[in-house]
Design a protein. Structure first.
Length: 241
């Protein structure tokens, strides 16, 4: 049985963090998503870009509170030079007038939720994961090749990352996904994660998790096999029987 586990080393850094997890099974391939649904997803992503723009209160990306909290979080562990949270990277595009464009139905849905709530959201192909998915501080050297890269980039000692038995899944917490486990148009079973290190946003996180699950059901026909908020008191969840 595969599990998602947030290790003690994560909670030592972020004792009040919450991680929303959605496990979706039987999602239809991108080519089987009806044209009207694809258009609806694209429109939702467009609207989410506009909503994100309204959340930005400063033209200096680091001075926006939804970004500043993650800048502070990234100072607590070892990172690759220049690594930033996924939500900062998305919001920076919005700020520069370069909105996030459609990629694939599943990715577009989680980017829509990410932009709408200004929270990092990511997804992995469960069938490509080897063993448990663990979030914690690594000793370094975990195999990893980022999406779009042609060379390997192993983790650093003291880095906070998601990893499985074969290597890193996502580096520097939520900075970059790896090619090996990334969602594709053919992915049927997905592990979707939403992170929050700001306890004042607990209600928004819960809403984001519910919305993500509902959109996956509605547009991709996925069965929501599990949905939970991971906390220090409840740090793991079964993701595959």
């Amino acid at each position: 049985m595969k599990k998602f586990v947030a290790e003690d080393s994560f909670w030592e850094l972020f004792p009040d963090a919450q991680i929303g997890v959605v496990v979706a099974r039987g999602m239809r391939p991108g080519v089987e998503v009806p044209k009207e649904d694809s258009e609806a997803i694209a429109k939702m992503l467009e609207d989410a870009n506009a909503k994100a723009d309204e959340l930005l209160t400063s033209d200096t990306i680091s001075q926006n509170e939804v970004v500043a909290v993650w800048r502070g979080a990234y100072q607590k562990f070892k990172t690759k030079k220049g690594a930033r949270s996924s939500i900062e990277n998305l919001l920076k595009r919005v700020l520069k007038g370069n909105p996030v464009k459609p990629i694939s139905p599943a990715v577009d849905i989680y980017n829509t939720v990410s932009l709408s709530y200004a929270l990092p959201v990511g997804g992995e192909d469960i069938d490509a994961i080897e063993g448990d998915v663990r979030l914690g501080i690594t000793e370094g050297g975990d195999a990893f090749r980022a999406l779009g890269d042609e060379e390997d980039s192993p983790t650093l000692e003291g880095e906070l990352c998601y990893r499985d038995e074969a290597g890193a899944v996502c580096r520097c917490l939520n900075w970059r996904d790896g090619q090996r486990t990334a969602l594709t148009d053919e992915s049927s079973n997905a592990l979707l994660v939403i992170e929050s290190v700001d306890p004042s946003r607990a209600d928004e996180l819960a809403q984001a998790v519910d919305e993500l699950a509902a959109l996956i059901e509605q547009y991709l026909g996925g069965e929501i096999a599990a949905k939970a908020i991971i906390t220090r008191d409840s740090p793991e969840l079964a993701i595959d029987e």
